[in-house]
Write a protein that binds this ligand. Sequence first.
Ligand SMILES: Cc1cc2nc3c(=O)[nH]c(=O)nc-3n(C[C@H](O)[C@H](O)[C@H](O)COP(=O)(O)OP(=O)(O)OC[C@H]3O[C@@H](n4cnc5c(N)ncnc54)[C@H](O)[C@@H]3O)c2cc1C
Ligand code: SF4
Ligand code: SF4
Length: 1014
Amino acid sequence: MPKRHPAPISHRLAARLERELEGEVLFDRFSCGRYATDASHYQIEPIGVVVPKTDDDVRAAMAAAREEGIALLPRGGGTSQSGQTVGRALVMDFSKYLKRVVTLDTGARTCIVEPGIVLDDLNRQLRPSGLWFPVDVSTASRATIGGMAGNNSCGTRSIRYGIMRDNVLSIAAILADGSEARFGEVGRNFPNAVETLASGPAQLSASPGWEAMQGSAAVALLRDLIALGRREAAHIAQAFPQVSRRVGGYLIDALLPGPGPINLATLLCGSEGTLAVSRRIELKLSPLPKNKALGICHFASFRKAMEVPQHIVKLNPVAVEVVDRTLIELARDIAIFRPVMETYVRGQPDALLLVEFAEDEQAENLRRLDRLEELLEDLGHHDSVVKVADAAGQKAIWDVRASGLNIMMSMKSEGKPISFIEDCAVPLQHLADYTERLSAIFERHGTRGTWYAHASVGCLHVRPVLNLKLEKDARTMRAIAEAAFAMVKQYKGSHSGEHGDGLVRSEFHTSMYGPHTVQLFEEVKDRFDPKGLMNPGKIVRAPRMDDRRLFRFKPSYRVSELNMTLDWSAYPGAGGGFQGAVEMCNNNGECRKLSADVMCPSFRVTGNERDVTRGRANTLRLAISGQLGPDALAAPAMLETMKLCVSCKGCRRECPTGVDMAKMKIEVLAAANRHRRLPLRDRLIAYLPRYAAYAAPFAPLLNARQQIPGAAWLTQRLAGFAAARPLPRWQSRPFRPARRQEAPASERAASVKVDPSRDVVLFADTFNTYFEPENLEASVEIMHHLGYRVHYLGAERHAGSAAELPIPARRLCCGRTFLSAGLVEQARAEARRVLAAAQTFVERGIAIVGLEPSCLLTLRDEFVSLLPGSDTERLAGCALLLEEFLAREVKAGRIASPIGALQGKLLLHGHCHQKAFGVMSAVRQSLALVSGLAVEMVDSSCCGMAGAFGYAAETHDISLAMGELSLLPQVRNAAPQTLIAADGFSCRHQIRDGTGRSALHVARVLRKAIEARP
Ligand SMILES: Cc1cc2nc3c(=O)[nH]c(=O)nc-3n(C[C@H](O)[C@H](O)[C@H](O)COP(=O)(O)OP(=O)(O)OC[C@H]3O[C@@H](n4cnc5c(N)ncnc54)[C@H](O)[C@@H]3O)c2cc1C
Ligand code: SF4
Ligand code: SF4
């Protein structure tokens, strides 16, 4: 009989979890890789991942890990900066399913939540009650309450509201041994404490598992903890620095007997998943501030700015935040921030302090602003305060501040700002000396740092720029950390003031707090988790912070030469820079936001780490560096990773470091195409521009799919087009360029006088040409009406004598359909044709105008990557959407408003690429040329159709789900007489298929308005 080898532990565990859990069990290499990093510079591959659906899943996973002797690591958004969310363990991701508000008691101003709920989402749900949870971390859009409690997170307004430890009332937790306990307030006298605990609030008592806390194991634990507090009271009372920002180590000071009751939940705050798993968290809520006023204080030197917070805090602000010169200048260079910087920042200050007051009465806030001004005058800073009383102005300024780190991280070089000493906190009187001396330390080590954040509490963020791929920079990191922490100790400050201990700071607890305090931490850890299975190596018994084997870029990290098809030369590294572009993702998790803007629609629908920009970027990094096996870039699991990316380019604009996943997806598809035959559906879509002219005459036949019974089913079976989705309707009479004012032949163009202020070239894309020619006709009529001469790109060489120009057999095409299938060479060929046809116009600065955002903007975006060079750059400079052209002409004074009139309301949905290129303001300006029209923007992400995505059988449902996130319900809610406008061909289809309503291209709205003019 053959000898049977026992299955490896991970296989056994995976099989058991598969059997016992309702939620997902992910043990494959790609999934584990996606959970191997957080927003720190570390990377440790987990043993496996579970995504629990229910409390019972959590219990079952914990039991399985315990019985197999495997470590456990709970995880929320994975945005930790100190490596506390990575480990060789079974990772348990709470963020997908366990995110309900369980109870809300508005009278008591409390709520109980599941740990996976995201802060912004919680606050959105609380808003109608006039309450909020005020620990306003910068990562509010993706940080979970479980993770915030785990890290003892701190918000910008902590000086008013405190940090997590001050706002968590109780936690129902599952302990390492599987028993359950509620950690909350206990009576002053210990004998009563157990009763107090056992009686707990009704809601918690009612929740399953709460009864278990009355078991003797949990009660004995709580008893021991309180005893430890009593025994060590004298030591603990002097063990920690007296600053509000101290999140290092376990919060054993919470165990000290004092005048008030002890809250044992505080001990779990900041425990980084090393003691217990939080199952329910009870929070203290605060009333939403009614009014706010902001003072922007300007300083000629950074030191001077650091000298004043100690005085400003006496005015009782809710926030005092610093922004230094580097950030000010970087923000000025970023298009979206430039206007706000120009409006509110005077001259060339070396630093700004943002001081916010938020009392109920606005008059009081304004009074405090006056006092701030007087105070700064007294301190010798004349005329230094810009007062901002309006909410929009305040928000714009806070957006710049909140993006501080992101602005810095957009550096493309190999060296990056590294987080390891970035949240030391010192008493305010030492802030100026501390920052000056730390800057000198950086200088000594040949680097520099940019300062920003919480001056109110002496906790400043600063990240020296280092290249952690280099041994020497890893050594520099350690040297800087040691020097900085020694200085912090000297000032009686805290080395861990916000982002937690993790792998970065834990090893320094001994030098900062002394060996006995660390022994007490170990005693707490061992009492909770005697086998050391809860997120080991964090807070106690940590490895060295500069152990490069734990880094994301380990000593063995290599990327071998890659064969890329697009230009990535803006970045360093292999593949002509592709490596550098991929490595830009620092895991900050902004792409996990659940609302606002566009990024990332696939994640918003599935909640899967695989389907978010970060997950994709991490997978790519692991693939190109050989960590996912040979040829991983073209592997089926990589295609799965990219499958739901709708190439909306939301990340291109919104990812703080500019990760452009739509462009990266093209490379993945191109790599895959080298090993596979392209599926029939993809070929049919990709080559559409090539056969459209031949297919159009058969329009009635092609359109019959919707009428002939079984035809839709057949196209699904044979080609993978979703039977439930109608295909676009062919027009047997496609758009033909009118002869009236045709272009001069390009060969003759040099001798013909064209005038950039009167001539315009129309780029007729494939979709509008063959499916909705009336849009192109409308645009021509608008331009004629406004006095422009319209030329047709690509048609002039075919000028004949008929009343209409004949359609060339192969019209020009932007190549987008080829790009979306990864057929890069075919797309490049199309780009060359467009470039050649456009050259004479481009040389004369004539605008090339298009209607379909995804096509026209390809000329501005992908063309530059397909054919890098000055000709393409010039073409990109001339390529405008119709609305951009109109807005430009209005600005130049060549079009006078109004051009037409329409009474009523219009609901406008922006195409993702319009948003990615900041075009929506031009669309609004164009619609403002219509008098009487009230325009409302749909607050939407991607419509979900995204080219071919919505037509594919396997993604049709996801496509509709994306539409249902916001666009489709808002269209359904619009009054029947409201006009719906959407420039995207796909968006209009999604709206029609999802709501039965017709949407118009803005060109047709404008034409309607011109026709309706009195
Ligand atoms: C750009 C940027 C800005 C930041 N700004 C701030 C800031 O302003 N203030 C601030 O305090 N932090 C900030 N952080 C750090 C981080 O975002 C916060 O600490 C955040 O609260 C972590 O939430 P998360 O859901 O991502 O937690 P994760 O990183 O997933 O987890 C954090 C810790 O909690 C533990 N944990 C998670 N869920 C549970 C559970 N159910 N039970 C027990 N333990 C659990 C984990 O094991 C881990 O140790 C910032 C980070 C970045 C990248
Ligand atoms: S893809 Fe961009 S937004 Fe997402 S985690 Fe990476 S850097 Fe942040
Ligand atoms: S292109 Fe869109 S769908 Fe794809 S990763 Fe970026 S934001 Fe997400």
